[in-house]
Design a protein around this ligand. Structure first.
Ligand code: GLN
Ligand code: ZN
Length: 752
């Protein structure tokens, strides 16, 4: 077996530094360009990545880390797991990813504990696996034509089957993987990377047996490339000795989240993930080099802890970041430079624990590699540049925050709220956002570019709020919202108005398909210099006699969708944010807002992968939410919203939030969730309108969903609302759908 290149990364961003892939995809989907145009855009991005990685001095270049949509979907296609119903679609790949007219897409869910979403493989007893290695081989050849030898990266058989809940099909898929190894060997490929992140979770004995079977079988393929099994997002634990006992030559360890391996790896190549792929902080060279020095292995390769998919491309595109913060940061390119510098230092035998910057051979921290000599890239404005809007000062909130948990028991609160709000049975409401118009986004861009004044922009926001209020009044909704027109994003907006955060201009990270987010960077102590949402809430309430809900993002979600400082326990950071939200809640209340919704859609996402760690997380996450909301008086109704329904593992925690009303996804997931949440004993709004689809539900359909809800829950507790915010829909769809929701509710009220 050939030696492994001394430095590598497990994967790389692919959306393009200027989101070129997003634009190419959206243009192809809308029929403005051809499949050939799209493929050309993909090839350009791949070439750019390989050239850049080589320029930065990286030795082991990966291939097949590019994807037009998602690497798990690519793996399904590689193995022939394309459900029958998609095969005749004009483009089966995108039909699976996004659906077509009349054909729903495959399910999508979050990739382990990240905010990246993958397409869930659909594997049925009748699925016939059949290798289609064209993409994998194509990328190997494409790179070779450019002068680069690469290591193809493929989701491994155990993770693939676990994600598809079909581990019993192991024998069948292994046949495909064996065939693939033979084809790669024939192509002259020296190493293949099989990603097995599922092995860092709790694995049952039969799952560990599957790991053994898989890698013994693949190891036994007579003529094959070297096998590199990559784990990430945590420690391998019980999977490590199993994997170590198989013939795989190289094992990848996440040494940022996990510690040194407990099993004997002296006969293996260890691909040491010492540079984090999950955060944006520079690597401590001292820590990294001492870990590298402590590894007992046949060869130690320096690498990232996971794919760099989860971080933005480069700091070179962020000229506006404050210098002090900038010096602490590393994005993908800078992390590659760190990997290279660490590999060189390790090869020179830097003593473990020696601060790398002080080595006799000069700095090895990588700083010199990317500071000012970074090739500068032309900056262009994105359609959503960050803008710091200064809200007008609201009522002072200097009053020291009271300890959490001081609200009265629910029945007392419920009585006070009923008295104060006087809502009809089955109150109707929405989740917060109304469609975001292109004009508003353009207006934000114009403010950032200096061509629109702040005052003019704020007038436009007010006009939009008024339009949304009048629409809701016309529709006959009971509890109104202001529509969130001032927010580019439910997290970024708060980050822009809190101290301790920085926002980037180009720091896009793929969320799914063509969708990207720009996570803020939480780098210091968080505090709220002044009220954030109060002026808009007050304005909205001034327009109507109906109650208007104040709308806030919860502390866990703000932190989950940001890059977070690593010098404080996560819990402490979340509590700082909770205190800021708590002040906002109190100011909203003081401004006369009687219903306040604090969204916490990321509560599930941060759940640790190992069961042993979950209870502690849930305990502080719930405590933080209560800290944020419990400053409200009994008369103020607190709502919360969660977007998903696969909440089984965290139901008790959701209940523990103690919100007066919880709105949750249920239009797709059906009755199951109703049974699960029926024990909450407070207000509940299971969604009756699936906002993820452009379809307008009929009044009959909404009514039958409501009847289903009423069969599971007492009528006094039921709220009527869509599944999630309406931001991504059109006004046409929203008006028609909400009209039907109101019609159905009113009809049902007459039968009570
Ligand atoms: N209030 C937010 C909205 O309506 C909630 C979004 C979410 O749950 N992701 O857009
Ligand atoms: Zn939602």
């Amino acid at each position: 077996m050939s030696t492994f290149p001394p430095s590598t990364v497990l994967g790389y961003p692919r959306i393009g530094p200027r989101r070129e892939l997003k634009r190419a995809l959206e243009s192809y989907w809308s029929g403005r360009s051809t499949r050939a145009d799209l493929d050309r855009a993909g090839a350009e991005l791949r070439e750019r990545t390989w050239r850049r990685l080589a320029e930065l001095g990286l030795h082991g270049l990966p291939s097949n880390t590019f994807s037009l949509y998602d690497q798990v979907l690519d793996t399904a296609v590689l193995l022939g797991a394309v459900p029958e119903r998609y095969r005749d679609a004009a483009d089966p790949y995108f039909a699976m990813a996004r659906g077509t007219e009349g054909l729903a897409p495959l399910r999508m869910t979050k990739w382990f504990d990240t905010n990246y979403h993958y397409i869930v493989p659909e594997i049925e007893p009748g699925t016939v696996f059949k290798l289609d290695a064209s993409k994998v081989l194509g990328e190997v050849r494409e790179a070779r034509a450019l002068g680069f030898e690469t290591r193809p990266v493929i989701v491994g058989p155990v993770t693939f089957l676990l994600l598809g809940s079909a581990l019993e099909r192991l024998e069948d898929v292994l046949g495909c993987y064996e065939e693939l190894l033979v084809a790669l060997a024939a192509e002259g490929v020296a190493w293949v990377q099989l990603d097995e992140p599922a092995l860092v979770g709790d694995r049952a004995p039969e799952e560990l047996a599957a790991v053994r079977t898989a890698y013994e079988r693949l190891g036994a393929v007579p003529s094959r490339p070297g096998l590199f099994v990559a784990s990430y997002f945590g420690e391998l634990g019980e999977s490590l000795p199993v994997l170590a006992g198989t013939p795989v030559e190289a094992i990848g360890l996440d040494l940022v989240r996990g510690g040194l391996p407990a099993a004997d790896l002296t006969g293996k190549i260890v691909v040491a993930g010492v540079v984090s792929g999950r955060d944006v902080w520079r690597t401590s060279p001292g820590r990294a080099l001492s870990l590298l020095g402590a590894l007992q292995a046949a060869q130690v390769v320096v690498s990232t802890s996971c794919s760099l998919l989860h971080v933005p491309y480069t700091l070179a595109d962020e000229p506006e970041l404050e210098a002090g913060l900038r010096g602490r940061l590393a994005f993908a390119e800078e992390k590659v430079a760190e990997v290279v510098a660490l590999a060189e230092a390790h090869a020179r035998g830097a003593a473990p624990g020696t601060p790398a910057g002080t080595s006799a051979d000069g700095p090895v921290s990588g700083a010199l590699l990317w500071d000012d000599d970074e090739p500068s890239v032309e900056l262009s404005w994105d359609d959503e540049p960050s803008v710091a809007l200064l809200p007008e000062p609201g009522p002072a909130s200097a009053e020291a925050v009271k300890p959490a948990g001081e609200r009265s028991p629910y029945p007392v609160r419920a009585a006070a709220q009923a008295e104060h709000l006087r809502l009809p049975p089955l109150p109707t409401t929405t989740i917060g956002s109304f469609p975001q118009t292109g004009e508003l986004r353009a207006a934000r861009a114009a403010v950032a570019a200096g061509t629109l004044s702040q005052a003019d922009y704020e007038r436009r926001v007010e006009t939009e709020i008024e339009r949304v209020i009048r629409l809701q009044e016309r529709l006959g909704l009971d509890v109104l919202v202001h529509g969130e027109p001032e927010r580019n994003d439910m997290v970024q907006y708060f980050a822009e108005h809190l101290d301790g955060f920085a926002v980037t201009r180009n720091g896009w990270v793929q969320s799914y398909g063509s969708r990207c987010t720009r996570p803020p960077i939480l780098h210091g102590d968080v505090s709220r210099p002044e009220p954030i949402t109060v002026r808009w809430a007050r304005y909205a309430q001034s327009l109507t006699s109906q109650p208007v809900k104040g709308m806030l993002t919860g502390p866990v979600t703000i932190v989950a969708w940001s890059f977070v400082r690593d010098d404080l326990p996560l819990r402490d950071v979340v509590f700082q944010v909770a205190d800021a939200i708590r002040q906002e809640v109190r100011d909203l209340e003081a401004a006369g807002v009687s219903i306040i919704q604090v969204d916490e859609p990321a509560l599930r996402e941060l759940l640790p992968l190992r069961r042993a760690d979950q209870a502690a997380y849930l305990e502080w996450a719930v405590a933080a939410y209560r800290r944020a909301t419990s400053g409200a008086g009994d008369r103020t109704q607190i709502h919360t919203h969660l977007c998903y329904s696969d909440a089984d593992q965290i139901l008790a925690a959701i209940d523990g939030l103690d919100a007066d009303v919880t709105t949750i996804e249920s239009a797709r997931s059906g009755a199951r969730i109703l049974g699960a949440v029926s024990t909450f004993g407070r207000g509940l709004g299971p969604g009756v309108y699936d906002i993820h689809s452009p379809r307008v539900p009929s009044a009959e359909e909404v009514e039958s969903l409501l009847r289903r809800t009423l069969a599971a829950l007492p009528v006094e507790r039921v709220w009527v609302n869509p599944d999630c915010g309406l931001k991504t829909r059109t006004y046409e769809e929203v008006e028609a759908s909400l009209a039907n929701v109101v019609t159905a509710t009113r009809h049902l009220r007459t039968t009570l």
